[in-house]
Write a protein that binds this ligand. Structure first.
Ligand code: ATP
Ligand code: MG
Length: 872
């Protein structure tokens, strides 16, 4: 049997023979693209070339790209595990032509590879071609069809619609028809019963798309019209795992050597063999798939978290844990135990897995533990809701949604538990909540971008390593409308503005016209490798020449923080050990944040030591050595620290300050002395095994120290400038503690007096004894009193506490069991009357409270409570 490894190699070798440059996979987690969190197709890393922002280095390229399809345009998450051919993370094999060969070669080579080289029988292969579109005024792709006819009979060439056979990069931009290759893997018997052509694009698990050849020949404008693309592009993507299934004679991706070892380990762990039962099989597939995704995301630097890309990863992990919990009876953390198997099968191709295995394992285990705790509290909440809805027999859509959204309870788990109690759930209500949330997210994120208006052709040149201002022209600009208003994005022919990258925020500054008028540039970001300047207005005459001038003060401060980050990194390795590895970095003019792998909290001594060595290196005023365009192999030889999961070109920039040598594209100080001062302001944990240091430099460090000094001076003056301030504070605390004790005693006495008064009053309303407490008592004291009364009064009663203090008020209701039996509910009652005090609250059947902002409404609230109980 041909192995997965051999298949990957065969592909790359084939295209190498066709003069393609083999390039490495780009990272799966994307850091510099505002429109995309994860690589979801092979073309992502070439977007800047396809858009014409940079010149291609090679006209023909081939690779195997790690892809993740779990969010945005491509989201296969819900399919994964349930079917046998969609994964969250998969490898996409691709070949590209940037303005070189086009349709004919792309089709012939695809055929040559699958049929001639890999011997896939002709009668099992089908190709689709674009049927054309009236709306876009394009005909059927007869060109592609004619090339296919050289290899396939007409009955194996199938027309496809715009949805399947017309590829678009986004709302606007490069697009074109595509041609998919499908394979029919059914048995001879099955195939005799029904023609494969009828099953194309019909979600049949054995008649699947394996390769998509995209022919980019148009450019879509903002008004939806199409123009011809000057440099036509070939972009192909083949699902590696699906190709393995085809070549290894399997019927499912999970039966290939890519997934079998993992499934076997899961089988051994749970004692449930794969292939025994569809339900447990689905769970096992989900887990085998998701462990790969999570492990790779973490090595790529994306930790699970509660926002953005981190949240996507957290949800994937939770999905796996939940399937294990529900269907495989895994009640404690188990995913992390699958890592050795994963490393055994993929560690050779991806050495970062082995290198970071302790970290991955720790992060996964901690996430699992914490989610299992959430699951438990979710189950408790659900139990409570079950009690509440038992009579109705149905759980509200809103409750199901809260469980889903807050506790990560997917609908099927909620349904499963409800079914055990003979209850159902309001599916429509749930869908409604989901729609509303999606609509909210959409509205918040909506941006409309106009087409670029070109003033002048040319490439944008960055000169900001060497100068802070330069003469330039506007190459092009466009208007962007957002909820918050509109602004412009501007590309300059030459720019000193650093565009946000590698954690360093972008420069701000001015564009100055020939008459000296200044136009503000609020920030600079990078999109598909193009520096884009953000401006609120466009100069009246955008065709003139301008001076581009950055804000030098802010830039210098950012540089101080960036250079200090490099020094800190080096010193951390010196002081804590070489396991310290950068996991994230943020550099702005105000602050620097550095995240790194390390297991323990730093002690105050360690922090002092680190600060001390960094400060020493500042005083040594070590000069910057900068090497541009260094071949990457040479940079590694120099001992430069690089990050896993970063995309570097073939040639890199190396920055050295003494022992600190890093690959870096950021801007830096001429020497360390200009950092001026360095102070760590906080050290904390941001995830299992990852610490974060926040620090300040230069004038910000001064301000930080002044602030501490001022606070201390102020505290001293409060104690008559007593030289032993610590002792004075200790004394004060002791006195305060004694006073509190006395006060507690007095309050207890007062409460017992109040209680005696309440018990002496025999007011009755309806069937209940009515006890009313008014005054400025603390919530805790009232609660205490209410519970004491409950223990002491035998007849049915209601206690109402109405307290107020400085414009705020609190309503408390306590009911005796006998009052509850009469049908009263403290929580409902308090909610019913809370509007009088402009507030809200709730609680249990016996005891509930509501806080409000309108004490003058207390009397009305009490009156309404009386009326309510009088009517019982
Ligand atoms: P499908 O319709 O099967 O979801 P697609 O149209 O989304 O496929 P493309 O975007 O054209 O696929 O991606 C190119 C190739 O990548 C496909 O032909 C397929 O072999 C593979 N592929 C796509 N999505 C996945 C996935 N989630 N898991 C594994 N392979 C995939
Ligand atoms: Mg798809």
């Amino acid at each position: 049997m041909i192995t997965a490894k051999e298949i990957r190699k065969a592909f790359l070798d084939f295209f190498k023979e066709k003069q393609h440059q083999v390039v490495p996979s780009a990272p799966m987690v994307l850091k510099g693209d505002p429109t995309l969190m994860f690589t979801n197709a092979g073309m992502n890393q070439f977007k800047d070339i396809i858009l014409g922002n940079v010149e291609p280095k090679y006209l023909r390229v081939t690779d195997s790209q790690k892809c993740l399809r779990v969010s945005g345009k491509h989201n296969d998450l819900e399919e994964v595990g349930h079917d046998t051919y969609h994964h969250t993370m998969f490898e996409m094999l691709g070949n590209w032509s940037f303005g070189d060969y086009f349709k004919e070669e792309a089709i012939s080579w695809a055929w040559e590879f699958l049929h001639d080289r890999l011997h896939i029988p002709k009668d099992r292969l089908y190709a689709t071609v674009f049927e054309g579109s009236k709306e876009d005024k394009i005909e059927r792709d007869n060109e592609a069809a004619s090339f296919w006819l050289k290899f396939l009979p007409e009955s194996h060439i199938i027309n496809g619609n715009k949805k399947d056979n017309f590829w678009e990069m986004g709302e606007t931009g490069p697009c074109g028809p595509c041609s998919e290759i499908h394979i029919d893997l059914r048995s001879e018997d099955e195939r005799k019963k029904m023609e494969g052509a009828l099953l194309i694009n019909k979600d049949h698990p054995q008649v699947v798309e394996i390769w998509n050849l995209v022919f980019m020949q148009y450019n879509r404008l903002a008004d939806a019209s199409l123009t011809s693309l000057p440099h036509k592009v070939i972009d192909t993507g083949m699902g590696f795992e699906r190709l393995c299934m085809a070549l290894q004679g399997k019927q499912s991706n999970y039966d290939t050597d890519v997934f079998q070892p993992l499934l076997q380990t899961i089988g051994n762990l749970t004692g449930i063999p794969y292939g025994k039962d569809e339900k447990t099989d689905i769970a096992m597939r989900v887990i085998a798939d998701h462990i790969r995704t999570i492990a790779f995301a973490i090595t790529d630097g994306q930790l699970p978290s509660n926002a953005k890309a981190g949240y996507v990863i957290r949800r994937i992990l939770r999905r796996a844990v939940r399937y294990g919990y529900t269907f495989l009876n895994r009640k404690s953390a188990f995913m992390y135990t699958l890592l050795p198997t994963l490393i055994e099968s993929m560690g050779e191709a991806y050495p970062e897995l082995e290198k970071q295995k302790d970290l991955i394992s720790k992060v996964i285990k901690e996430e699992e533990d914490s989610f299992l705790r959430t699951l438990e509290s979710g189950i408790k909440l659900l139990d409570k809701k079950i009690e509440e809805c038992r009579e109705k027999g149905i759980l509200s859509g809103q409750d199901a949604f809260t469980l889903y959204d807050t506790f990560g309870f997917p609908l099927d788990l909620t349904e499963l538990i409800l079914r055990e109690h003979n209850l159902s759930l309001d599916q429509e209500g749930f869908d409604r909540e989901m729609q509303q949330q999606k609509a909210r997210a959409r509205n918040a994120a909506q941006v409309e971008t106009d087409d670029w208006i070109t003033i002048s052709e040319g490439e944008s040149l960055f000169v900001g390593y060497d100068t802070t201002y330069c003469e330039c022209q506007i190459l092009r600009y466009r208007k962007v409308r957002q909820k918050k208003g509109e602004f412009f994005q501007v590309v300059l022919s030459s720019t000193p503005f650093y565009a946000e990258m590698g954690g360093q925020v972008g420069d701000s500054g001015y564009l100055i016209d020939e008459n000296g008028k200044q136009y503000e540039i609020s920030t600079t970001k990078r999109e598909n490798n193009l520096p884009i300047h953000f401006m609120n207005e466009i100069p009246v005459d955008p065709t003139q020449r301008f001076q581009a001038q950055i804000n030098q003060v802010l830039r210098r401060q950012a540089e101080a923080n960036h250079t200090a980050t490099h020094i800190l990194h080096q010193v951390l390795r010196e002081v804590l050990g070489t396991h310290v590895e950068q996991k994230g970095s943020f550099v702005s003019p105000e602050v620097l944040r550095f995240d790194f792998a390390h297991y323990n909290k730093l002690s105050p001594e360690e922090i002092r030591k680190i600060e001390g060595i960094v400060s020493e290196k500042i005083r040594q005023d070590i000069a910057k050595q900068e090497y541009r365009n260094v071949p990457i192999a040479e940079a590694q030889k120099m001992g430069a620290m690089a990050l896993f999961g970063e995309k570097y070109g073939d040639e890199v920039r190396v920055l050295q300050y003494g022992d600190s040598i890093e690959l870096c594209g950021g801007t830096h100080l001429p020497s360390t002395g200009m950092i001026g001062a360095f102070r760590i302001v906080s050290e904390s944990s941001i995830a299992a095994g990852i610490r974060r240091i926040e620090a300040v430099t230069g004038s910000n460090a001064e301000a930080y120290l002044y602030n501490i000094e001022d606070t201390l001076t102020e505290v001293k003056s409060l104690f008559n400038n007593n030289p032993d301030i610590v002792k004075s504070v200790q004394k004060l605390l002791k006195e305060q503690e004694n006073l509190q004790k006395k006060l507690d005693l007095m309050i207890a006495n007062q409460i017992s007096q109040v209680k005696a008064q309440l018990l002496a009053n025999n007011t009755v309303v309806g069937h209940l004894r009515f006890l009313l407490l008014e005054g400025d008592f603390k919530a805790e004291a009232i609660k205490d009193l209410a519970f004491q009364l409950r223990g002491e009064i035998n007849e049915p009663f209601i206690f109402v506490g109405a307290s107020q203090d400085e414009g705020k008020c609190l309503l408390t209701i306590m009911l005796s069991d006998t009052a509850v039996e009469l049908g009263l509910n403290a929580s409902n009652l308090v909610r019913l009357v809370a509007h009088h005090i402009k507030g809200g609250g709730g609680g249990q059947v016996h005891f509930a409270t509501a806080g409000g902002k309108n004490p003058s409404g207390l009397a009305d609230a009490i009156q309404q409570i009386k009326e309510e109980i009088a009517s019982i």
